[in-house]
Structures are given as C-alpha cells and as structure tokens.
Ligand binder design. Structure first.
Ligand code: NAD
Length: 497
C-alpha cells in the first residue's frame, strides 16, 4: 500500500513518527494509502530549509519572482487531468468539480503573478523640507497554511500563492484526509523552477498543528476548517505573537423573494445545495422562500429536480455529485437528518438509505430535503456539511433578512429577486461577509478577497486579493532627509513639518 510522507527541502521523504492515518477512496470505501503524521522535529527540518530559501527569495527581484509563479501556473494547468483525478480519488467530488477546485486555485496564482504592482509601496516627495517618505511591504519570513479536506487544491493555492508571491516561504499542512494533491502541488513548484524549501508540505494532525502555532520562527498562520478548530488555532497562534487568519464553518442562506425567476432559482439552488455533496463552505444548505405561496412554487419545481439528480462515482461524467469524504461524515449527515425530524421538521426527501449498486461500501448518501425548519432547531443552527437542504419559511423580507443576520455563521448568503432596490438593500443590511445577488455561490474572484463574518472567520484579514497581500507583508516606512549643510531643528521636540 502506498505511504505518503512529507515534502521537505525539495523532496518527498518518509515520515519518522511511526504514526499513520488511513486515506480512503470514498467511492469504494477502501483504504487506498496511508499518510504519515509529522513530528515537531520534522517541522523543524522544514522550517530550517524554508528559512534558507526565504532569505534569498526575498532578495530576488519581483519580476523574477513573478516569472517563477507564471511557470508554476503553466505547469499546474498542464497537469490538470492528473490533479483532478487524484483529487477526486481521495475527496470523492466528481472530476469536473475537481477541475474547478484546481482552476479556482490557479486564479489566485494568476493574480499573484501581478503582485509586484501591489507590493510597490507608497512614496511622498517633499513631505517636509528636503524630506521624502516612502513605505515598503516586506515579507514576514516563514509562514504556514493549514487547510481543510474539502478544497485540497484551491485553498492551499489561496495561501501559498499569496505568501510566496509576496516574498515569504510557506509550509503547508493539508488535511490528513486528502493530502495527495497538496503534496503534488508542492512538488510541481520545484518542477516549475521554484526554489527548494520555499514551498513544503508536512502532513499530520493536531500534534503538528500545535507545533506550527508554537513554532518561534513561523510568523503567520493561515487556517481554513471548522469553526471550533479555527477559533482554537487563532487563539493559540496569536498567543504566540503570530498573525493569524482563521476561516471557519458556515450555514449559508438562499433567500427567494416572491418575484424571483423560479426556474433559475431552483436550478441555482439545486447545484449550490447538493453540488460536491454539500461539502462546500459556500454551499446553500438553507433556503428561505418569502411570502405567501413562494414555498409551494419552489417545491413544485424543486422536488422533480431532486428526483432527476444523479448520485454516482467521481469518474461518472453524468453524476451530479459523488460520495462524501468518510463513513463517519456520512453517518453524521444521516444522524442530522434524523435529528431534524425529531425536532419537528418535515422530511420531504430522505436520502439516508441511498446505495449505489456495485459500490455498496462507498460513502454515498442521497439528497435530503427538509421543510418547516425553524431557527430554534439545533440542526438549523449547526453546520451539517452534506447534501441536505433545509427550508425555513418567512412571511416578510424583514423576517428573511433576520435569519442569516442573526445566525452564528456569516460566511455567504444569496438573494434571488428581480427587484434591484430590494437586492441592494439586502446586500447593504445583511450581517454576512459575502453576498450573492442571483448568484448562488458568491466566492469572490481572485482580485477581490474571501472572508466571512461572525463564527465563520477569526482575525481581521480575508484570504487572497489585496487583503491577502496585506496579511503576508509588514509595512516599513522610511523618512529620509538630504539637507544641504546643517539644519536648525531642535532635537528636543517632536519633529513637525
Ligand atoms: P477540520 O476543522 O476538521 O480540519 C481543518 C484542519 O484542521 C485540518 O488540516 C486538520 O488536520 C486540522 N485539525 C483537525 N482537528 C484539529 C484539532 N483538534 N486541533 C488542531 N488542528 C486540527 O475541517 P474539515 O472537516 O477538514 O473541513 C470542513 C470544514 O471547513 C467545514 O466546517 C467547512 O465549512 C470549513 N471550511 C471553511 C471555509 C471558509 O473559507 N470559511 C472553506 C472551506 C471549508
């Protein structure tokens, strides 16, 4: 059986801890490989290599750094088929969706190729008598990225694309459930001509996450995962004086106004609720039909659409979604459906007993649809992270606006309407970080930035875009004077100009 170690100092190395975790093929339910759990001393080796590489990288002129990133973008694109297949085989999402996972990451690498423009700094000529002021954005040094299982290509690239382009070295700690794509991404960086040590990958669990948060040389931690762990990593990393940006879970609402184009809304919500088996932090697991009769009109179209959906293996080009990541996760999704019924929700579609012929051991679960869900239910408050759509009916716009605004999570939200004034007011007032107007999954493009509010994000900096640039750099401001002869300033008062 294949054993996955770490990518340290430009090469794949076996782990030394003797501790491993199983990696499953979610389609078959079989263990396909094992991954080593790193030790703090393996982290030390990676950090030592990163320090050496980063010092030289930070002195490399920006256009040369960009050329490396540009070559990297090309090599990732050239390896798209291999990466997508590898991703699907460990995650379970369908191949077309895995390609999307890689492409949305490459978008950030593309943006990162232009970082020299953003990192130029500011300059004021003549801020005082013969005084000029300029500021520069210096890299932090060695930084770390800790990523979740659900986007094993995109999220690592959000982090190391921004970290490396701004002059840092990055140590990646991917999810132990699907580490092969991040490992390959690190390897491809060296194949593209990237300096050895600048991008490394160490695998592991809580032990190595703690070691990263405590490591004296690592200057910043970027984390994406569930909220309790995000909050824990944020607290631990910042207590150790590091910068931290820690993104957490989500429960995104799709508001359907009475005037929405219902055919379009149903199509959009179907994909956003069930695509990738609901394992997206920007999925739409809650739909809020507003006003009399809107829920009925929604259901009239949604029920046959769910019926027509196809759940299949990742390689099936006709499958709408594949298996979830693990048996434990599948069982937790099913348990949540049962709990919702106990809490009083009406189960309109029950996906719990779904089995795919020939793949009875795979981690498949069919789509579920729950109606009459209310805000007091725990299954509404909690993230289920599976192919389960909950309907919360609202009588008015104000009632609908309150639901996502008062929810503990505030990652994304969408409104479906044909009324620009209503949409504009909603976007302005809703207490959520990313808003879609007739856009079901409003993940911002690479030159904007990604970040939720409330328990969906800890720390102030968003991922990628100019926010990412600011997170991975520190400002140094130089005030210089080139007087002719001596000046008459008093040395005892604060200089005023
Ligand atoms: P997770 O929190 O279980 O794992 C994320 C990372 O934390 C992994 O690298 C894991 O090894 C590590 N980890 C796990 N337990 C730990 C512990 N006790 N101490 C320290 N580190 C630990 O998340 P997941 O199941 O891999 O991913 C799904 C979650 O991520 C969902 O909640 C989803 O909403 C969220 N997510 C959020 C965003 C976002 O940008 N807001 C994006 C994608 C996923």
């Amino acid at each position: 059986m294949a054993t996955i170690g770490h990518f340290i100092d430009g090469k794949r190395v076996a782990g030394t801890s003797g501790r491993f975790k199983d990696i499953f093929n979610p389609n078959t339910g079989q263990v396909q490989s094992i991954v080593a759990m790193a030790t703090p001393s393996e982290l030390d080796s990676a950090v030592a290599s990163a320090v050496k590489a980063q010092v030289i990288w930070a002195q490399t002129n920006p256009q040369k750094r960009s050329r490396v990133l540009f070559a990297y973008k090309q090599i990732v694109e050239a390896n798209m088929d291999e990466l997508a297949a590898l991703l699907s085989s460990e995650h379970g999402k369908v191949i077309a969706d895995s390609r999307g996972d890689v492409i949305r990451g490459v978008d950030v690498i593309e943006f990162a190729c232009g970082i020299p423009h953003g990192q130029k700094g500011e300059h004021t000529y003549g801020a005082g008598p013969e005084i000029d002021v300029y500021s520069m954005r210096k890299p932090l040094g060695v930084v770390a990225g800790i990523t979740p299982f659900n986007f094993p290509a995109m999220i690592p690239m959000w982090m190391f694309g921004m970290a490396i382009s701004t002059g840092n070295a990055c140590i990646l700690k991917p999810s132990e459930k699907d580490p092969s794509v991040p490992m390959r991404l690190a390897e491809l960086f060296v194949e593209a001509g990237g300096p050895v040590g600048l991008l490394q990958c160490i695998n592991g669990d809580k032990e190595i996450v703690d070691a990263i948060c405590d490591h004296p040389v690592i200057k910043a931690v970027s984390f994406v995962g569930s909220s309790d762990i995000a909050q824990y990593v944020y607290a631990r990393a910042t207590a150790n004086g590091k910068r931290a940006q820690c993104m957490g879970g989500a429960k995104n609402h799709g508001i359907i106004m009475p005037d929405a184009n219902m055919d379009q809304a149903v199509k959009d919500i179907l994909g956003a609720a069930y695509g990738s088996a609901g394992e997206r932090c920007m999925a739409l697991p809650v739909v809020v039909p507003v006003g009399k009769g809107t829920a009925e009109r929604f259901l009239e179209k949604m029920l046959p659409a769910i019926e027509a959906m196809r759940v299949g293996v990742s390689e099936d080009p006709d499958a709408d979604y594949g298996p979830v990541v693990s048996a434990v996760h599948r069982d937790s999704i099913a348990a949540n459906v049962g709990k919702a019924v106990e809490e009083g929700a009406t189960l309109l579609v029950d996906g719990r007993d779904f089995e795919l012929q020939g793949y009875e051991d795979g981690f498949f679960i069919g789509p579920s649809l729950l109606d009459n869900v209310t805000p007091d239910m725990e299954t509404y408050q909690d993230e289920i992270f599976g192919p389960v759509l909950q309907i919360v009916r609202a009588e008015t716009f104000e009632e609908a606006l309150k639901l996502p605004s008062e929810h503990q999570y505030g990652n994304g939200v969408a409104i479906f309407t044909q009324n620009g004034r209503v949409a504009r007011e909603f976007a302005d007032r809703v207490e959520v970080g990313m808003v879609g107007i007739n856009v079901p999954i409003p993940v911002p493009v690479a030159y904007h930035s990604f970040g939720g509010w409330k328990r969906s994000a800890f720390g102030t900096a968003n991922q990628y875009g100019m926010e990412g640039l600011r997170f991975y750099t520190k400002v140094k401001t130089v005030t210089q004077r080139w007087p002719e002869g001596e000046t008459n300033d008093s040395a005892f008062i604060i200089p005023t100009f």
